[in-house]
Design a protein around this ligand. Sequence first.
Ligand SMILES: NC(=O)c1ccc[n+]([C@@H]2O[C@H](COP(=O)([O-])OP(=O)(O)OC[C@H]3O[C@@H](n4cnc5c(N)ncnc54)[C@H](OP(=O)(O)O)[C@@H]3O)[C@@H](O)[C@H]2O)c1
Length: 313
Amino acid sequence: MATPDTLRYAKMPLNNGSGAIPAVGFGTLIHDPLATKEATKTALEVGFRHFDCAERYRNEEAVGDAMQAALSAGAIRREDVFISTKLWNTNHRPERVKPAFDASRLRLKIDTIDCYLIHTPFAFRPGDELDPRDEHGQVIYDSGVTLIETWRALERLVDDGECKSIGLTDVTLENLQPIVAAARIKPAVVQVESHPYFPQWDLLAFCLEHGIVVQAGAPLGHDMAPRIVDDPVITNIAQRVHKTPAQVALAWAVQRGTAVLTTSTSPRHIQENFEISTLPEDAMREIREGITTSIRFNPVVGTGVPGFIPRAS
Ligand SMILES: NC(=O)c1ccc[n+]([C@@H]2O[C@H](COP(=O)([O-])OP(=O)(O)OC[C@H]3O[C@@H](n4cnc5c(N)ncnc54)[C@H](OP(=O)(O)O)[C@@H]3O)[C@@H](O)[C@H]2O)c1
């Protein structure tokens, strides 16, 4: 009898000794709260045990409602689910970090955050306005705080037992290296755009060397054109291994050593995205060597302005 494929249950150890992160994660960048709640519920039902959230997605409450319903019904145990959320750009000043963190866990209805991430390395003017702009529509940045000062405030959350691990998102290798060098508590997780059209091999190699888990955001390229699920290398492999193109792209991500965050509001896609299986080595090689398209879909790393989230009103 064939051994069942366990890729979808893979876990990656965290470098700060507080456990492991399920490699197959569900991202909650969904604009409508009701759709967020439904999608989170479905994702829990099909088997996802890793959820990525953010203050800036403005739907933590909906994720928390779905999570709470599953916990109360005894469908899941809190310790079996890994939940990350993110500090928004307007809260980089150290004194704003703990209040922002507490507000997120209140909305998510959980006591402990498994990983708290700095959403982007750019500080915006502190305040309640999530997207501060001047009269010309230009972002108002905050030059009064450095990334390492914000990082120190996150380290204190770990010291105080408030969250289990900390990390960064939307960084380049150049942003990441000085933080890793200066950090007392090293980043456990780094979340970046990563897919077959933007594999970021250098950043992945650096993170693997330092025991940092890379969370691949937008693993299907946010479904933007040119669509990864239509790429001939991917579709040919999908036909050969009797999987869908999305499953091929997601399996590739996990097998090359990243955790993956996929997002869908379609119950069929949510189930499909969890049910990945190991690809043969020749398929892994074909994706690495046969795909030459190179596209970064999200410009957020250059500005701190999220590419896939509408401006806050
Ligand atoms: N830190 C950051 O700045 C940042 C930036 C981007 C993303 N992220 C994280 O990464 C997560 C994923 O990003 P993403 O939303 O760009 O994910 P993605 O999985 O690359 O793209 C989602 C899109 O693909 C479609 N899709 C999903 N499954 C599919 C399937 N099996 N077949 C065909 N199409 C499919 C979805 O449409 P349907 O709804 O119709 O299925 C949706 O339009 C986010 O939720 C977030 O947690 C973080």
